[in-house]
Design a protein around this ligand. Structure first.
Ligand code: ATP
Ligand code: MG
Length: 445
């Protein structure tokens, strides 16, 4: 993309009403524009990152054999009356009437809708295990929408639902989800720690929240500092292997890590004092096993191998897709702007022309641009007739991990400059080497 033809409405001034850094930077970098309280327009740069996050979520779900569907945002009230949650859900549910005076609602979650799909088609254990998921907009009429996309009213969520014959099989699905989530967050450059949590309105005894540690997080958390040393890395996972998934689950969840809702001072005190930590965290996901709660209420049954009708065991699993943009920025920025991890960056690298209109500089930039595009990369070429300082400031603000700077002086010596946004380190090299370096960086991303 050439910046002169793009739509990147960056703001010079810091927006006064944005309280936390990720919200300020998303507004300043022209990623989002508020529409009304807790509801946002996604501008081109923000949408690009949102799509990248969605892609990673889809890829990791596919590896575990989970199947994407898409359910509507507007639901009828009847299914929610069947489960008993229409009255229970309270003011967070946005209730709507259609022209025939029928009760409708903007879905805050989809356990009822997906259970209805399941019971309409599945009646034998042979169709199990089954996990259906979607990435769809949710609406919750939050009392205090704030912090930009972190606590919106309309927000994008990945929500998945597993259907299994037995509790054991459903707990395998739980473990499988825990592993896919760990990999999903790691690919976004995030460490999200699974913590024992509270079931809330979804219900169920087994639940973990995934928390990214950050001072601006809304949750208070308590953990053994050893949990921050564990990563999944690139180890091979066989998602059908029950023991392997359980072993990973145990590795990540045995040490003390809890939200304030489940925190137990006595148990915490058994952790050696020097490893005891309390901090703040951003909840970027949650997994649940809730047994037959919805299948009992809604009659989602299958015939087992002995010919008996039994309710299916279920769980649900959510990732805060739009909240993740805020979480990633909270975890990765400096005073100049965002620092995107390569896995989610809106453009792979920036090209800054220090002297637009200079024949040689223009030609070198075009050459770099074409070569990167030919290698299936996505560069952003700042081809505006602007001062170098302004161009650097924009690149730093929008946070592309790599920048290639091209100017007449360097070109005289046959070099351009490659700069890491994260370290600030610049290296001079030939344009060919710069291209090879950027291609190599993105080879495994
Ligand atoms: P919270 O406690 O933050 O209100 P929740 O526990 O009610 O969230 P879940 O039902 O677990 O949310 O939803 C799954 C994920 O969706 C959460 O882990 C979070 O990342 C995201 N999410 C929930 N509410 C919002 C919101 N208002 N804005 C943005 N993301 C949200
Ligand atoms: Mg939650």
């Amino acid at each position: 993309m050439r910046l002169s033809r793009y739509f990147l409405p960056v703001l010079k001034e810091t927006p006064a009403d944005a309280q936390i850094v990720s919200h300020r930077l998303m507004l300043r970098a022209g990623m989002i524009k508020q529409s009304s309280a807790g509801i946002y327009n996604w501008l081109p740069l923000g949408l690009k990152v949102l799509r990248k996050i969605e892609d990673i979520v889809h890829e990791e779900q596919a590896k575990a054999g989970h199947i994407p569907i898409l359910m509507p945002t507007i639901q009828g009230a009847d299914l929610w009356r069947e489960s008993g949650r229409y009255d229970d859900y309270g003011d967070e549910m946005l209730r709507i009437k259609d022209r025939h005076d029928r009760d409708m609602l903007f879905g805050p979650t989809n356990e009822e809708a997906v259970t209805d799909i399941f019971r309409s088609y599945v009646n034998s254990y042979k169709a199990l295990p089954l996990t259906l998921y979607q990435i769809q907009w949710k609406f919750r009429d939050e009392r205090r929408p704030r912090f930009g996309v972190m606590r919106g009213r309309e927000f994008l969520m990945k929500d998945g639902y597993n259907f299994d014959l037995t509790k054991e099989a459903a707990l395998h699905a739980y473990n499988r989800h825990l592993v896919t989530y760990l990999r999903t967050y790691e690919r976004m450059g995030l460490q999200a720690i699974p913590m024992q949590a509270d079931g809330g309105p979804v219900g169920g005894d087994y639940t973990h929240e995934f928390l990214v540690l950050a001072e601006t997080g809304e949750s208070e958390v308590f953990y053994d500092s050893d949990v921050t040393d564990i990563t999944l890395g690139d180890r091979d996972i066989d998602f059908d292997n029950v023991e392997q998934c359980e072993a990973v689950m145990n590795e990540f969840t045995t040490k003390y890590a809890r939200t304030d809702e489940t925190h137990d001072e006595a148990v915490f005190n058994e952790v050696p004092e020097e490893r005891r930590r309390s901090a703040r965290g951003i909840e970027v996901g949650q997994i649940f096993y809730f047994g037959t709660k919805y299948s009992d209420a809604m009659g989602a049954e299958v015939v087992n191998d002995e010919g008996q009708k039994v309710p299916v065991h279920m769980g649900s699993h959510g990732i805060g897709v739009s909240r993740l943009l805020g979480a990633i920025i909270e975890a990765s920025h400096d005073d100049k702007g965002i620092i995107w991890p390569e896995g989610v960056t809106p453009f792979d690298c920036g090209i800054v022309n220090l002297k637009q209109g200079d024949e040689e500089a223009d030609a070198a930039c075009e050459g770099l641009y074409d070569a990167l595009v030919a290698a299936s990369l996505d560069p952003l070429y700042d081809d505006r007739k602007e001062r170098a300082g302004g161009k650097f400031a924009t690149m730093d603000l929008i946070g592309l991990p790599w920048r290639i700077t091209v100017g007449p002086r360097g070109l005289k010596n046959g070099v351009v400059e490659v700069t890491s946004r994260k370290t600030g380190e610049s290296i001079e090299m030939s344009p060919e080497d710069a291209i090879a370096k950027i291609i190599a960086i993105y080879k495994d991303v």
